[in-house]
Design a protein around this ligand. Structure first.
Ligand code: BDP
Length: 607
């Protein structure tokens, strides 16, 4: 079990939250000597940098953009006298990929994994009514014992360089918000909810974990603030008469108010928004509230100009507006859990999320999409280091599910992206990963992983673990592209026929398909990379999707162009976006809009 609460910081009668976003002191540490130079007590220089943001794209030298190693951040945080009886925590939305936190020179927390929150409990070391020096050593190196996987090499110049086994730029730093929070010593630690529908009524069952023994009360309020149900105890069931359901693109949120009480006094209070909805997979259907849904939408990235992977509220807003405009109803948080504010927005807007853990690059190749297209087999999970990787992976699954389980928008867990699955060594690894996700999720949401091009009906040893089969396919791009696209279609149908013949009785989703397209290129007749080719590629691919009833969704790769490592396969980034990196439409956006707006929600279902 995690030793800090994952609950999103919120102010209530008993809790205080002070944002620490803004300019922080910053410096690089090429020699990795900061600790021996006493930097935990204060870092050198006057350089300032915004938080949240990736550090890489502010500067004008390649040495900084490509820097691999330790980066140090520093900020003074004022702790008021009134907080004396509270537990004081600094909550980091994310520190990529690992961090050590020092407060007033004392090492107080360590965290591994760059896309999930952690708290440093600083109660014992803070000075009250005074400024406290908070220093964070972040490290952005890639290894094969942590996710996402990659290597860090040393160049002849003596500088280190990260070599990701994945196709997105290794943005790093304090990329999400930081908060100073005060909660009561006896506090609400974790909440689980589950839903059952009964005609027009609903049952909301809940479990609350606290750090003490005082009794708990729970009250449910509708969106207008009216109390609709109450219960006592750390576990219980709330009966909601005439429940308003959370529906796809038609969300309705209730507010669950949880209190720890001591003789009529509130010890702690926390409020959690919830949506009453069920998620189930039955045969080849994905059912929300018992009704079949056909997913349409995107694989995305947290990626934008200047701030890189840093959370940017404006970009988030624009992305949701574009997704609404184009008629999407879902997205996958490829290839890592996103900032929590994005899930909150999806909860309000009624989008469905496939929530992905950062398990990407689990394939022995510098960029798995290249190796996979050659059909070459490698045994990624047979390494000596695999047990260490597995522990990091399980830990990230626990953090992700604990953080995200109460979002109505989250309808499935994606536990790996394009792993190596053709070797037997993958099987026990997958078993642990899938079992762990099942045991952590009270709602028992479907679990999946995305299959790379060489994970085929005849070669993949792991698809049986998935409740939904998720395919990443690039027929007409990496395989048989350009004038050869007719052959791409033949191969594509051959693969789909082989899946059909297996009779798995599970829904299939396309979690990736797409063609790199430069917004600047037009060509008649088309060539690969032109906007015209992206259009023809989609026509072919959609025709195949429409021919198989067990395909229950399409999430195109990618929502927008995004930054990757430089190389011969990428033109200043991956250009498979339906939108440019600046969030303007390529021609294909209008075609997708027409298709998606016209597909019924229960497309290919007779229920
Ligand atoms: C898949 C990966 C994704 C890549 C994409 C591509 O899952 O990260 O960006 O293909 O090649 O291999 O565009």
């Amino acid at each position: 079990m995690l030793d800090y609460s994952m609950l999103y910081p919120r102010e209530t009668v008993s809790r205080r939250v002070v944002s620490q976003d803004g300019m922080w002191k910053f410096c690089l540490d090429e020699q990795g000597a900061g600790e021996s130079l006493n930097w935990p007590e204060g870092i050198p220089g006057n350089e300032m940098i915004p938080v949240p943001a990736s550090f890489q794209d502010f500067y004008t030298t390649k040495e900084i953009r490509e820097y691999a190693g330790d980066l140090w951040y520093e900020k003074d945080m004022f702790v008021p006298e009134e907080w004396k009886e509270k537990k004081i925590l600094i909550r980091f939305g994310a520190a990529t990929h690992r961090a050590v936190v020092f407060v007033n020179g004392i090492r107080i927390a360590d965290h591994e994994g760059g896309f999930l929150p952690f708290c440093a409990d600083v109660t014992e070391v803070v000075r009250y009514n005074a400024c406290n020096k908070v220093v964070v050593k972040v490290n952005n190196e890639l290894t094969v014992t942590n996710i996402p996987c990659g290597q860090t090499v040393t160049l002849p110049t003596g500088r280190k360089m990260c070599k990701p086994y994945f196709d997105f730029f290794n943005y790093a730093g304090l990329q999400r918000s930081v908060w100073l929070t005060a909660v009561p010593k006896e506090s609400i630690f974790d909440i689980d909810t589950d839903y059952e529908l009964d005609g027009t009524d609903a049952k909301v069952s809940y479990t609350v974990k606290t750090t003490g023994e005082h009794p708990v009360t729970v009250e449910l309020f509708d969106a207008g603030g009216h109390s609709v149900a109450r219960s006592e105890g750390k576990e219980g069931v709330l009966s909601v008469k005439g429940a308003r359901l959370w529906e796809v693109r038609n969300a309705y949120l209730y507010r669950l108010a949880i209190r720890i009480m001591d003789d009529g006094e509130i010890v702690d209070e926390y409020e959690q928004e919830i949506g009453i909805r069920t998620v189930k997979v039955s045969k080849t259907e994905i059912l929300i509230n018992g009704k079949p849904v056909y997913l349409r939408g995107f694989g995305k990235h947290e990626d934008s100009d200047v701030v890189g992977r840093g959370f940017n509220m404006g970009v988030m807003k624009r992305d949701f507006e574009l997704m609404k405009w184009i008629g999407a109803n879902s997205f996958r948080t490829s290839h890592y859990p996103y900032s929590e504010e994005i899930y909150q927005m999806a909860d309000r807007e009624g989008f469905l999320i496939i929530d992905e853990v950062p398990a990407v690059g689990l394939f022995e190749s510098l960029m798995n999409f290249m190796e996979a297209s050659t059909g070459k087999k490698t045994a990624f999970f047979a390494k000596d280091t695999t047990p260490v990787l597995l522990q990091a992976h399980l830990r990230a699954i626990e953090e992700m599910i604990t953080r995200d389980k109460n979002h109505p928008s989250v309808i499935a867990w994606s536990l790996l992206n394009e792993p190596e699955t053709t070797d037997e060594a993958a099987v026990p690894y997958f078993k642990e990963v899938f079992d762990r996700a099942r045991s952590l999720d009270v709602q028992k949401r479907p679990r999946t992983f995305t299959l790379v091009m060489n994970s085929l009906p005849g070669t993949c040893k792991c698809y049986q673990f998935s409740d939904i089969i998720a395919l990443n396919r690039y027929y007409g791009w990496y395989v048989s592209g350009g004038y050869d696209i007719s052959n791409g279609e033949v191969l594509f149908r051959k693969e789909m026929d082989a899946w059909e013949a297996l009779n798995l009785d599970k829904p299939f989703l396309f979690t990736e398909y797409g063609a790199d397209t430069l917004a600047s290129e037009h060509k008649l007749p088309s060539v690969m990379w032109s906007q015209e080719y992206q259009d023809e590629y989609l026509d072919m691919t959609h025709k195949v999707f429409d021919s198989y009833d067990f395909i229950k969704g399409e999430q195109i790769w990618n929502f927008a162009d995004f930054q990757t490592t430089e190389g011969i396969m990428r033109v200043n980034g991956n250009k498979k976006g339906v939108f440019t990196r600046q969030r303007q439409p390529k021609d294909i956006a209008y075609k997708l809009k027409k298709r998606w707006e016209n597909l019924p929600l229960n497309y290919k279902s007779d229920i």
